[in-house]
Write a protein that binds this ligand. Sequence first.
Ligand code: SF4
Length: 139
Amino acid sequence: MSVPDWKEYYEKMKETAPLVIHYPICGGGDECIYVCPFSDKIWEVVPMKVSLFGVRYKVRLRPFMAHPENCRKCYICVQACPTGALRPVENPVKHPAITLIYNTLKLPFKKRYGLKFVFRKEHGERFKRNNWPEKYGVV
Ligand code: SF4
């Protein structure tokens, strides 16, 4: 099976969705999907070739808005994204490294969706499955 590069999914969301994800700085903890009130009607987790924070380009699982028409533009998912990878389409990531560092440093000070949220068990499990899917037999 040939797996698309992350840029294909990025471009698809750019054309069809109110949000975009700069996948090389997405950690793969699925925090966005967990907080979305309509997650089942909007999000899918798909295989794509991408690095993790710039390290080792390979097949990983990442969130994708398969049904953006169901999005209510509440932006709860944007607030919950720990790395800043998920943004409104009109304000995409311009400087990935700076965005990642800024959002990581901000995490301990976030009132909602801070460190405690990111290190919840379910996000840790998704992080492992989504970044090493071959070990879990899901790709
Ligand atoms: S903006 Fe709101 S409705 Fe749309 S995907 Fe994010 S959390 Fe879900």
